[in-house]
Design a protein around this ligand. Sequence first.
Ligand SMILES: Cc1cc2nc3c(=O)[nH]c(=O)nc-3n(C[C@H](O)[C@H](O)[C@H](O)COP(=O)(O)OP(=O)(O)OC[C@H]3O[C@@H](n4cnc5c(N)ncnc54)[C@H](O)[C@@H]3O)c2cc1C
Length: 511
Amino acid sequence: MINNKRWGSWAQKPETIDPSTADKEYSAEILVIGAGLSGLSCALSAAQKGADVLCLEKFGKYTARGFNIGVCNSSYMASRGFENDVDAVAREWIKRCGNRCDEKLVRLFLNRSGEAMDWLMGMLTSPEYAIRPELQGCLYKGETYYEIMGSHLFYDGPISKQGKFGGLNDVMEPMYQEALKAGVRFVFNSPLQQLIVEDGRVTGAIAQNKEGEIIALRGQRGVVIATGGIGGNDEMCDDLCPIANKVAAKVCAPKGSDNGDGHRAALWAGAAFEDGPFPAMLHPQAHRHSNFCFLFVRPDGKRYMNEDNYLQARAYGVIKEGLKWAWAIFDSDWREKVPETLKYGGGIYWGHDFPLGRKDEFQLDHEEERLEWGLRIGAAVMADTPEELAEKMGVDPKVFAETLANYNRMCAEGKDTEFGKRKELLIPLDKPPYIARKFGPALLSVVGGMKVNTSMQVLTEEGEVIPGLYAIGNAAGGRYGVDYPMLIPGNSHGTALTFGYLLGRELGGKD
Ligand SMILES: Cc1cc2nc3c(=O)[nH]c(=O)nc-3n(C[C@H](O)[C@H](O)[C@H](O)COP(=O)(O)OP(=O)(O)OC[C@H]3O[C@@H](n4cnc5c(N)ncnc54)[C@H](O)[C@@H]3O)c2cc1C
């Protein structure tokens, strides 16, 4: 339904801009809108197939965030002795998504993401870039939730060689260079305004460049929306993903990205969104500290959840309490105690702040630095007694001392009668000084979008294909449905890469 009455002003269709009135025109066989991982993968693989490709981008360069790319069964994984059972992974994925993901899209990702990674890695490890691949080692090993092998990391790329943060930048820079070589034409600093629809077919897009000129861009074979998510747009989140506005921090970067521009333009061209609320990628990383797994307490000093859970759940746990942050409590033996827990738990913000591919290694130096920093800025406090710690936390000392005593009693008895934490993780906190560290939920991305079929064609509410229009990355729906499943860490980048690569090959190979 276009311009759903219950939605805010963001959904209002603007007046149609006639492309013949544009100040400038560009034409290509394929128009990709957005130079993030999905858009660049699509533009590059299409151009490598010989297609003439235009890539329209709002900002002055491609967008790269984070570090890992999660896929199922690449050749590199096989070379390191890892293989995932696709059927089992699919069943687990669907279960974690409450059966609301599109099973066909999930299977497509699981069956073809290894091929997409092989394609990418062929470029990255070529003598020209000589990037060093690794597999992410710190996976959460819970009983209910767990993470499996498949997250790929890349080191020594062109950006880290300049002494800057590499991560996904080290992947995207070579992709960008290869795209230029393959003839992709980039139009930067020109945000999409609306799509051009002629005789029921999407044939191009209207954008505005930094000189303020209206430009019309054509994609005869297809127009691909790869503009990312809606997380940076509070109004859209209110209507489509309310939980995204309940976080302590939104880390959508760069500022002004994830504004749902592509979602809106597609809506106005007749697209349907997947059923809401959209799933969100929420990590417990506000205040930028590890949380470990010992005792979490609310700002009033009370325990509220089983601390043994994967990172999305630890973020939701705080939100469900109606809070922006909670305290992670540990004692002076954390340096020995945390590594002991890793064989049962682990994962980002438990065992490691940022994994560096060193399997099952606790990065003590890094954690020490983070703790010192936290103590300096007041995001962590330390004291010799529970009562003193509580005072520094601003909590009633009696309440906190009771919570800690109760927790230690359950540890001694080997049974968590409150929340059922695994016995192995019931580790007493009894070696002063005690430490409390703040953590809160942060929104990385909203991972819901337009309804698409397995050819990434955008569908109407009636399930009809909108000719000429495609969506990939966080602009596409169906991958998740209800939650962002950290089954394979980095699968958001993994799906962006895979569906971008596949669509580029499909469109690029057409006559
Ligand atoms: C800080 C941070 C860290 C993250 N770390 C990880 C990680 O380690 N692993 C992981 O899997 N995921 C991670 N994510 C999530 C991941 O980055 C996204 O899910 C992923 O980038 C989605 O790719 P995309 O191509 O759909 O969108 P994006 O990467 O957002 O790219 C969209 C592009 O479209 C452009 N665009 C937007 N609007 C317009 C417009 N109107 N006109 C023209 N262009 C437009 C944007 O500028 C951008 O370049 C992280 C997210 C954040 C914010």
